[in-house]
Every structure is written in C-alpha cells, then in structure tokens.
Design a protein around this ligand. Sequence first.
Ligand code: SF4
Ligand code: SF4
Length: 373
Amino acid sequence: MSNSTPRDLAERVRALAIEIGFDTVGFARADRSRDADRFHAWLADGREADLAYMRKTPERRTDPRNVLEGCRTVIVVTVGHWFEDPERTAELPARFARYAKGRDYHKILEGMLKRLACALHEQVRREEEPNSELGDDERHRWYVDHGPVLERAWAAEAGVGFVGKNAMLIDPRRGSWTTLGVLLTTAELEPDAPVDEGCGTCRDCIPACPTGAIVGPGEVDARLCISYWTIEHRGVLPEEMRSAIGTRVFGCDDCQDVCPWNRFAQPATVADHRPRELFVDADLARLASLTWDEWDDATRGTAVRRVGYEGLLRNVACALGNTGDERARPHLDRLVTHESELVREHAVWGLARLAETARPRETSTPGREADGP
Ligand code: SF4
Ligand code: SF4
C-alpha cells in the first residue's frame, strides 16, 4: 500500500529538484495539452520552416501518454542562464544569444534531470511500489528541447510561468532568461495551479522584432525568425536575411531584451552557464580569424556547435558587412579567400554591403575632444 499521497510526493520531489539546483519546478497532470489545437494550426500554416522534426508524430507531441505509457504527471523544471553583460570594448562587437554563451544547456539540464529521475525512481520504488518490476525507462522519460513534448505549454500548465506574446516562457519571479526541462513520469504528483497570463496590454516585443516574425500573440513564424536562420538553417542565407541579421551571429534576443519581466532576472546559480571567454565580449574580427581547430577548442561543449564552423563564419561574414564600419574590410578580404565556398560567397556579399553602408570612423583631431560616452 502506498505511503505517500500525491501531495507528499510532489513536495518531496520539489525539494529534491531545488537541492539538485533547479530554480523552479512545477507539476501538471498528463493529459492532452491545452495547446494541442494551436500547435496543429501552426503546423497547418507551415510556420515550422524546415524544422521537419516538428511534423513527426504530432499526436505524441500533444499528449504525453502517447510518449510514455501510463504517464500521469509532467514535471517541468527551469534553470536560469542570465549573467550581467560586461561593458563592450570589442571594435566590431558580435551578438550571440544569451543562452548560448556558456556550456550547452542540453548537457546541463540532462545531467540534472537524470539525477532527479533517479531520485524520484528511488522514492516511488521504495515507498509506493516495492514489488514493481518496471524499469527506469518505463517509469520516466526526460527531455530538453528536442523531445516530442510541447515544453512551454506544459511549463505554463505546471505553473512555472506563462507564455508571453514573444512565445517565450516567462517566470514572473525571474523573467524569460531560463532553459526548460521536462520529466514525464508514471508517478502521480499533485498538480500545481497554472500562472495567469502576464503580458496584459504590453506588446513591446512585437515591434522590437527586426523581421516581424511575431505574427500574433505567442506566435513566431520560424520562416522569419533570425534565431532560425542563424542557427538551424544550413547552407546559403537568403539575401534579405543576410542584412536582417545585423551583427547577430548566433540567435537573437531582441524580443526578450525589451520584455519588462526581465527586470526581475537573477544571476544564474549553475556555474556552467557562465559565458565562455570567446563570447564574453565577442568580436567579429576575432571570430573571422578562427581556424577550425581554434573554433573546435573554443566552442566545445557549447550550443554554438550546432551551427558548425562554416555556418558561424557564414554569419560572421554577413555581420561584418552589416557593421557599416570600414575596419571590417580586412576581415572580409580574408574570408573571401576562405577554403569554404559558403563562407566565400557570404564574404563577397559582405564586401558589397560594406561598400553601400560603410563610413570611415571619426577620429579625434588635435584641439578637439572626441565625443564622450
Ligand atoms: S528571436 Fe529575434 S527574430 Fe525571432 S521573434 Fe524574437 S526578436 Fe524576432
Ligand atoms: S514584451 Fe510585453 S508583450 Fe512581449 S512578452 Fe514581454 S510582457 Fe509580453
């Protein structure tokens, strides 16, 4: 006979999750997701761009019981990755999405989720089902970003936050600079109450998006989103996107930078999220000069690996062209001779773009002070 009520178990698991280092934890009853219809409509409109995996088995994505037989609870956990930005001193500053600057969040969260699953498994086996022969895999599954679950929708249902008009999960106590993990379990834990939607009349993120990718409240069209083009897209970038990315070389944070909820951001407690040296004050000039070996060393274990060496240099070539700064020219001249055809092609475009937009930097002259900050 069970010793634990769903409430007892929920409180024990919450304490374990906080001990492991998660910032927030919430529980939802495993059922058909309330976002299922919206997800199907999003797919029907083709807004997933060429993220083909999103089309696979939508019935699994919208109901966790189709992923884990007997699933009764969806556990959602978050870990913050915000660190205060340093003063920028790079001559040609490059922009990286905040989440990507430290160790790959998949690796961070997967390790922590595995510990939580083991701890939960022990609790259930010891106290509730001592004679059960179910193995770990039949009791729990965990996912970070690439599993067949609608993570943000479950996070909202589990009371971890609400989904803002920018489609990000916003924790009212910490803002949106967090990464999410989901643990499906056959154990029954008392569900938490969902958080009320918190955007109200604010719509700051919609005009802040440089490409108009937020096509409706909470709806991002991946075909227009800079994050998609700079991270997921392989090969040649469409011309209009080359200029639209500005100096962003991996992802885009504009719709989060303007969000008033991010005033509540708190420094990350997981040290692995601390930005790597290459990304602290990232410089397009330095990025453009990276050899494959240097790139391999500097990005090992980070999410930036996803775009690959050539993909990063492709983005850097566009970004150099978009600086409008003559100091970008020698770096583009070098990339024009790069061994990769993809990089060469975008460097040629970068030089043409620079010719349209570059103006020489103002220098101070004797007797006249340079402009202050
Ligand atoms: S990540 Fe950038 S491009 Fe994508 S929706 Fe947000 S602001 Fe727009
Ligand atoms: S910027 Fe405003 S509208 Fe956009 S997600 Fe934040 S609170 Fe919501």
